[in-house]
Design a protein around this ligand. Structure first.
Ligand SMILES: [Zn+2]
Length: 322
């Protein structure tokens, strides 16, 4: 069975749409309002970022949504909606299109709606979209054949586009409050933030992994960028007598040289690893010493060689009393 997929790239668009977009892009100085004789609407959105560039940032600024209807270079009608700061740019844009179509549906003459959001048009073109407002728009467009939805380039001086842009800016403070459900992206960000907060709390108040906590105090979904050898050295979870004793794989934690076999012993004191020794840090500077090693390219290479030697020659450096 042949399946119809949603056009996601330029190549996926029909030749008719491609030629229309090309025409708009190649003639950016020709305002579309010169072409029309009948009424025309322009939809637009404006989203003002808060100090934190995340969804749902707790600032006083919100999301604005607006459209205006132009006739003979003058605004004959407009609408401004103030959305909550948790609402997304996509919601503001799609709502403006929805409201403009509703207003245009009462005018029984050919109407062209112009939006600068190509992504919105692509979503409206998708017959499988589950978004409720998109479904409403599709139904309205099917039942009102005199309404045509078109794309235009933003910020090149089109009168209608600039008016709608200004109205959407004002809508953040002046618009009618419009209640839309929070978008999925906002909820995902909230859940992620809450999960990270719980994780951070557990990490700060835990009892294990304290040496790693000193180096990486903040939890994150992003990897720290350490290789296998560096992870073993920082966490102490490697072929060290100190760790093998904790796992009951040895009866003591002594190195073959007689001293306690922990990572810092092999990095600074052990005669078996002399070729890769670092300068011994004072107790108060131990943390900084480790951070310096992990941020220096040459130190990291040396640490890697040291750890490979410890792994390869483990029988030599770890005395086994069993
Ligand atoms: Zn030793």
């Amino acid at each position: 069975m042949r399946t119809k997929t949603r056009p996601s790239t330029w190549q996926d668009l029909t030749p008719k749409h491609q030629s229309e977009y090309r025409e708009k892009i190649s003639n950016p100085t020709r305002p579309p309002q010169k072409k029309r004789l009948m009424g025309q609407s322009t939809c637009n959105k404006y989203w003002k970022r808060g100090s934190q560039p995340q969804y749902g940032s707790k600032t006083d600024e919100g999301t604005g949504s607006a459209y205006c209807i132009l006739e003979n270079y003058g605004i004959i009608a407009s609408w401004q909606g103030k959305l909550y700061r948790s609402n997304s740019v996509f919601q503001a844009e799609i709502l403006a299109i929805r409201m403009a179509i509703e207003a245009a549906s009462s005018l029984h003459r050919p109407i062209k709606l112009w939006t600068d959001s190509l992504s919105n048009l692509m979503v409206i073109l998708n017959p499988k979209s589950h978004h409720s407002i998109v479904r409403e728009i599709q139904t309205l467009l099917l039942s009102h054949k005199h309404i045509l939805l078109r794309w235009l380039k933003a910020h090149v001086g089109y009168l209608g586009n600039e008016c709608a842009d200004q109205l959407a800016k004002e809508a953040i403070t002046k618009g009618d409050p419009f209640l839309l459900p929070k978008p999925l992206s906002y909820l995902k960000a909230e859940i992620k933030s809450a999960a990270l907060s719980i994780w951070q709390d557990n990490w700060d108040n835990g009892e294990t992994g304290r040496s790693t906590h000193d180096i990486v105090p903040r939890v994150s979904n992003k990897p720290v960028g350490w290789n296998r050898e560096e992870i073993m050295f920082v966490t102490g979870h490697g072929p060290f007598p100190s760790y093998l004793l904790r796992c009951n794989l040895r009866t003591h934690d002594n190195c073959s040289c007689g001293e306690k076999g922990d990572p810092i012993h092999y990095a600074t004191k052990c005669p078996f690893t002399l070729s890769w020794h670092f300068q011994t840090p004072t107790v108060s500077l131990k943390l900084q010493w480790l951070k310096n090693i992990l941020t220096n390219k040459f130190s990291r290479t040396r640490l890697q060689l040291l750890m490979r030697f410890i792994c390869d020659e483990n029988n030599l450096i770890v005395e086994d009393n069993n």
